[in-house]
Design a protein. Sequence first.
Lengths: 241, 410
Amino acid sequence: MTSPSAATLDPDAPVIELTGARKTYLTGDIEFEALRGIDCRIYPGEYVAIVGPSGSGKSTLMNILGCLDVLTEGSYVLAGEDVSHMNEESLASARNRRIGFVFQQFHLLPSLTAVGNVELPLVYAGVAPAQRRERALAALGRVGLADKARNHPGQLSGGQQQRVAIARALVTEPAIVLADEPTGNLDSRSTADVLGMLDELHSEGSTIVLITHESDVAARAQTVYNVTDGQFVGDSVGIAK
Amino acid sequence: MRTADLLNSSWSAIRSHTMRSLLTMLGIVVGIASVVLTVGLGLGTQKDVSDQIASLGSDLLIVSPGSSTDDSGMRGGFGSAQTLTLTDAEALASTVAVPDAVGVAAEKTSDLSLEYGESNWTTTVTGTSTSWTQVRSRELLYGDFFTEDDVTSAADVIVLGSETADELFGSTAVVGQDVVIDGDAFEVIGVLADAGSSGDTSLDDLAVVPMTTMVETLDDSGASEAVQTIYLKAASSDVLSAASQEAQNLLLNLHGIASVEDADFTIDVQDSLIDAATSVYEQLTILLTGIAALALLVGGIGVMNIMLVSVTERTREIGLRKALGAAPATIRNQFLIEAMILGLSGGAIGVVIGVGLALALPSVLGSTIVISGLALVVSVVVAVGIGAVFGVYPAARAARLAPIDALRDQ
């Protein structure tokens, strides 16, 4: 298995390097420029928030960063690997090895237990059952849910489900954790819980990219990028830690 | 992804929708069960027919009166003409003229009513020679066949088929009893062992008397010399065609006919009867197989429908799996394997039901069903193949789903 963790990468080289990133959608005859030339570098260990209103292009940016979609123009180098022109097969592999997703709707499979859900990325990486069980349990331990490993998502609270999802994002030791509105479906207590979890991961050295429209959530990040009309506007706000 | 994980993933997807999976399989279950039954019935019938014909002897030549074909290619007067005579039979028995035949038996038949006390039973009474048992490969259950002396003296003796004896006496141990035909009493000197049936004709419902008795006492057709059939037993099946040729030449000669086309008799070989009978059942089998194939086609379309529904319903799951690193081929394989497992399970259930019916039906229908292991294996393979073929399209749809769209699906 090849899963180079963030730690094995050159700490001075960016994990994410977007250059002149453009994305154009064709809807019928109408061309829509969702991204209009974005340059962005994110370094190992950074905690970055990308904020913007809906329709600003931040979802498109998140899809590009998550290798769920490819650029129309420009280049995207992820952990030293140019993914700009990869086919679906290679993109799937890049997502598996480099990216840990945390979604707004958790996206846990109801038929699998918590540990089964956390194992899923390792299943696609071809890791042997005993080894992936061990790693999945360790990841659940990191989010404080070791005792809920055998529970199904339906038996867990929203906050717990999102923590299972975070464990699933961590289990492959990805280059970045990409969190898309991770607190959008949570009450305030669970929100604090999940954001605290992300803070903790950051302090342990994980690179985190958080996409949100809530400024108080974005405030937890070191750097905040504002997206409007497919471009970064203003200076990125650096928050000293 | 490891193969075991792929199989496991597909299996648990099926397990989590037990009812739907069973309904999806239903078409395949019905299709495969009917294939198993159809093939079993076809093979069984074919076996019945060839067993019967083989029991008559594959070294048997059957000479019938009447030409096989007339100028237009139609059979003319076949079986009803009176062109075969006792003289022909005697000539055919000559080892000089027909050296490859080891036995000849002419048959002169008449449907007559047999009486015993209050009961009576109409059957085919056959007049023949002592060589009949050897030529027709028949054995006696009780008593003896008639002798040359009985033939010479035109004795009033009779040998009954087991079914005839049973119908008349309610028993087969009836040697020494008398049956009355047209007011004449005949002593039962033997009962034939069972030989089964040939198509609709039972080989066990008959009565055999000496040819002389038939001619002098029972036959009132006025054509005392004419016989219905002459059976020739060849020395072996290898010399069957030689014996056929010899018999044909002799009879053409005797009847003063120059050309084979003008022959007033027909020589058949048992093999050709087997071929004719088999071809009928082959056609039947093809027809039934066609119906079963249609059932399987419908079953396959059922699988495709439900798989398409399943892909739509599981759009988010597919999107998530893709986001987590499942390649399009992996997703495609998962759905393809699901369809094949549905086919396999449906096929296996179908085989069990088909075999169950095949074991139960013979006692109801009275027909033989042969369960062929090869047919069962082929059925299951076909079922898996149907799953695969009809799973390709839904699986390709699942593989093509874009992960972003799939994830956003509510």
